[in-house]
Design a protein around this ligand. Structure first.
Ligand code: ZN
Ligand code: ZN
Length: 627
C-alpha cells in the first residue's frame, strides 16, 4: 500500500466493522507500517477512513475492497455529514465492478442522508444502475431527479442503447429539452446497432455541430451495415471538413476499403497514417492495414507492414492478432506454404496461437490442397494448445478433404464431429461434390443446405451446376422452377475493375456507369478471337441452361469478369497490373480466359472472387487451378 499521509485515528470503527479477512489484513498492515497507533484507537473520525478508501480505490487490485470498506463504514455512522464528496467515485466503482450488494447499500444510505438531490450524487447513482444494465432502477432514479441536466439525459439514452431498448432511447431523445452532440452520437450509435441505418443518417445529416465521435460512429455504422462505399465517402467528407480522424475511424475506413478492394484508396490512407506519425501499434491499425492490403491484392505491402510492426518496440510481434492477419491473408491468396512459415515463426517467438490462428492455417492448407499439413495442424491445435475446435474448424477440415476428393476422410469428420454440420459445412460438401462429380452425395448435401439456409441462392446454383455437368437438363429446369416458386433470385455476377483510382462496375451481360457497352462488346469479340488462335476453347459446361452451342458461347462471353478485364485492356497502360473484384466464385471458363489474357496481353491480373484471390501471370494462376 502506498503511503497514506493523513493521521489515522479511527480504530474503534474497526472494532465495529464486520471485518472480512481482507479488512483485517488492511488493519494489520496499517498497524505494522505505523500508519495507526494504539493511542488513536478511540477516535471516531470517519474522514481518515475516507482517505483509506480513496487510497485503496486508486489501486486497481484493491478497488473492490475500498467499496466494501466504504459501504460498511457509512452503515455504522450516525452522522453522514461529509460522505457525499466520496460518493460519486465510489458509485462509479460499484458500477464498474458490478458490486450489486454494496451499491444498493450505499443507495440506501444516500436516501437516509438525503443526498439524492445533489446532482453529482444523483447522476452517479444513475450511471451505476445503467452500468449494471438495470434500466428499470435507473429509470426510477431518473424520474425522481429534481434537476436533470444534460448529463442525466445522455446517461439514460446511452444506457438504453447499451441494453438495446431503442424505443425508450428514442422517446427520451424526443423529450430531451436541450440535446448536445453527445446525445446525438448516442442516438446514432443506437439506431445503427438496431439496423436503422437510414434514421441514423438523417440524424447525422441534421446535426449542426459534429465531433470526431459523430463521424466515427457513422463510418463504423456504414461498415457494419455492409455499406463500404458510403463509409469511404463519409471518411473523405470528414477529412474535408477538417476533423482529424481517430484510430477507430481509420480502422473502420481501412475495413471498408478492404471490402471494396480499392488498392489506391488503401495506399492513400496508409500515407495519411504515416504522415500523421500514427503508430502502427496503436489500436488495431497494424492488423487493419495488413488485412486491407491482402484484400486489395497487395501481398508485398502486407508483408512490409507486418515487418515494420514486428520491428518497432516489439509489442506488435507479441500480439496474436497481427500474426493472425498475416496467416489468414496468405491463406486467402493461396500461399499455403508461406502461411505455415509465418506460423512456425510465431511459435519460435512464443506467441500463443488462438482459434483464429488455426482457422487461418486450416484455410491455407485447404486452399492449397495440403491435406497432410492440415491434418497435422488440427491435431496440434487439440493436443499441444488444448484449443477446442469450433464448427468453423470442422468446416475447414471438411473442406480440406472434400476439395482433395478424399470423401472417406470427409465422411469420417462429419460422423465424428461433436456438433451437426452447419449450412457452410454442407456447402463445402456440395462444392466438393460438384468439383469431383458426386451427384448422389451432392444432391443430399444440397437438400441439407436448402433446409438450413433456404434463402441462399448459391446452393441452388451449385446443385443446378452439378446436374448441368451430367447433362440432366430436366433436373436443371426443375431447380430453376423451384427457385422461381420460392422467390429466390440468383445473385447476378458483378465485377469491378480499377482504372486510374476509379472503380468501374460490370453486371453480367451489361455494363454499369461506363456508357460504352458497344466498345466493350466489340473489343471482347476481338480478344476472344485472338485467344482462340492461342488455343482457348470456351468451356460450355459452365452454362447452366440447355441452349444451342452458339448461344451458350455468347452467354459465357458476357460473364462480368470478362467484361471487366476487357475494359481494363482498353484503358490501362500496357503491362500495368489489373485489379478485379468479383462478387461470386469465378467460373472455370473465366479462369482459363484470364490465364490466357495474362500471357497473350502481358498483364498481371489480380482477381478477388467470393472466396479467395487468383494471381494470373504469364498464363498460369497462383491457385494452381485448385479453387
Ligand atoms: Zn465465368
Ligand atoms: Zn486461380
Amino acid at each position: 500500500m502506498s503511503v497514506i499521509s493523513v493521521p489515522f485515528s479511527c480504530m474503534s470503527l474497526f472494532d465495529k466493522l464486520n471485518a472480512t479477512p481482507e479488512l483485517r489484513q488492511v488493519h494489520g498492515h496499517m498497524v505494522k507500517s505505523n500508519l495507526i497507533s494504539s493511542s488513536s484507537y478511540l477516535s471516531t473520525n470517519p474522514f481518515a477512513f475516507y482517505s483509506i478508501v480513496r487510497t485503496l480505490s486508486l489501486q486497481s487490485q484493491n478497488q473492490y475492497l475500498s467499496i466494501a470498506l466504504y459501504s460498511q463504514i457509512i452503515s455504522l455512522l450516525d452522522d453522514l455529514h461529509g460522505i457525499e464528496f466520496l460518493l460519486p467515485s465510489v458509485l462509479k466503482m460499484c458500477g464498474m465492478l458490478l458490486a450489486f450488494d454494496e451499491g444498493r447499500q450505499i443507495h440506501g444510505q444516500i436516501l437516509k442522508g438525503r443526498f439524492q438531490d445533489d446532482p453529482f450524487v444523483a447522476n452517479s447513482l444513475l450511471r451505476m444502475y445503467l452500468d449494471w444494465g438495470e434500466l428499470e432502477f435507473a429509470g426510477r432514479v431518473f424520474d425522481k431527479m429534481p434537476n436533470r441536466d444534460v448529463f442525466s439525459w445522455n446517461s439514460m439514452i446511452s444506457g438504453c442503447v447499451k441494453v438495446g431498448d431503442i424505443g425508450l432511447a428514442q422517446r427520451l431523445f424526443g423529450e430531451m429539452p436541450e440535446k448536445d452532440v453527445v446525445s446525438c452520437n448516442s442516438m446514432i450509435d443506437g439506431l445503427i446497432k438496431c439496423g436503422l441505418c437510414d434514421d441514423a443518417v438523417d440524424l447525422f445529416e441534421g446535426m449542426n455541430v459534429r465531433d470526431v465521435v459523430s463521424w466515427t460512429t457513422m463510418i463504423s455504422g456504414y461498415v457494419h451495415n455492409s455499406r463500404p462505399n458510403a463509409a469511404l465517402e463519409l471518411f473523405r467528407r470528414m477529412l474535408d471538413s477538417g476533423v482529424e480522424p481517430d484510430v477507430v475511424a481509420l480502422v473502420n475506413t481501412l475495413s471498408a476499403i478492404a471490402d471494396l478492394g480499392f488498392p489506391d484508396e488503401g495506399r492513400r490512407i496508409h500515407a495519411y497514417i504515416r504522415g500523421r506519425n500514427i503508430k502502427l501499434s496503436s489500436g488495431n491499425i497494424g492488423s487493419a492495414l495488413i488485412d486491407m492490403y491482402f484484400k486489395c491484392g497487395l501481398v508485398n505491402n502486407a508483408y512490409n507492414v507486418f515487418k515494420r510492426l514486428c520491428a518497432g518496440d516489439g509489442s506488435g510481434a507479441r500480439r496474436t492478432g497481427n500474426w493472425n492477419s498475416m496467416i489468414s491473408g496468405l491463406a486467402m491468396h493461396g500461399f499455403g506454404q508461406e502461411a505455415i512459415e509465418i506460423f512456425d515463426e510465431m511459435e519460435r517467438n512464443e506467441v500463443k496461437p488462438d482459434g483464429i490462428t488455426f482457422l487461418g492455417l486450416l484455410n491455407a492448407c485447404s486452399h492449397r490442397g495440403l491435406v497432410e499439413e492440415g491434418k497435422h495442424y488440427f491435431t496440434l491445435m487439440l493436443q499441444k494448445y488444448k484449443l477446442k475446435p469450433s464448427i468453423q474448424h470442422y468446416g475447414c477440415l471438411i473442406d480440406l478433404f472434400g476439395r482433395a476428393g478424399r470423401f472417406e476422410a470427409m465422411q469420417k469428420v462429419i460422423d465424428e464431429m461433436p456438433m451437426k454440420p452447419d449450412a457452410t459445412a454442407w456447402k463445402s460438401i456440395l462444392s466438393a461434390c460438384v468439383k469431383h462429380h458426386y451427384v448422389t452425395m451432392g444432391k443430399q448435401a444440397a437438400m441439407k443446405v436448402i433446409e438450413l439456409a433456404p434463402d441462399d441462392s448459391s446452393c441452388y446454383v451449385l446443385l443446378s451446376n452439378l446436374y448441368a455437368k451430367s447433362e440432366q437438363w430436366t433436373e436443371v429446369e426443375r431447380i430453376r422452377k423451384l427457385m422461381k416458386e420460392r422467390g429466390i433470385r440468383k445473385v447476378p455476377g458483378c465485377s469491378s475493375v480499377m482504372i486510374k483510382g476509379k472503380m468501374h462496375e460490370f453486371l453480367v451481360g451489361k455494363e454499369m456507369g461506363v456508357g460504352c457497352r458497344a466498345v466493350v462488346l466489340s473489343k471482347l469479340k476481338e480478344v476472344i478471337c485472338r485467344l482462340k488462335s492461342q488455343g482457348y476453347e470456351p468451356d460450355l459446361s459452365q452454362v447452366l441452361v440447355d441452349a444451342e452451342e452458339e448461344e451458350k458461347e455468347s452467354l459465357l462471353s458476357v460473364h462480368s469478369e470478362k467484361m471487366a478485364i476487357v475494359y481494363g485492356l482498353i484503358n490501362l497502360d500496357k503491362g500495368a497490373p489489373m485489379h478485379i473484384v468479383k462478387n461470386l466464385r469465378v467460373c472455370s471458363d473465366c479462369h482459363s480466359f484470364s490465364k490466357l489474357v495474362s500471357s497473350v496481353y502481358k498483364h498481371e491480373i489480380i482477381l478477388r472472387d467470393q472466396n479467395r484471390f487468383h494471381h494470373f501471370k504469364q498464363g498460369s494462376c497462383s491457385c494452381n487451378d485448385y479453387w
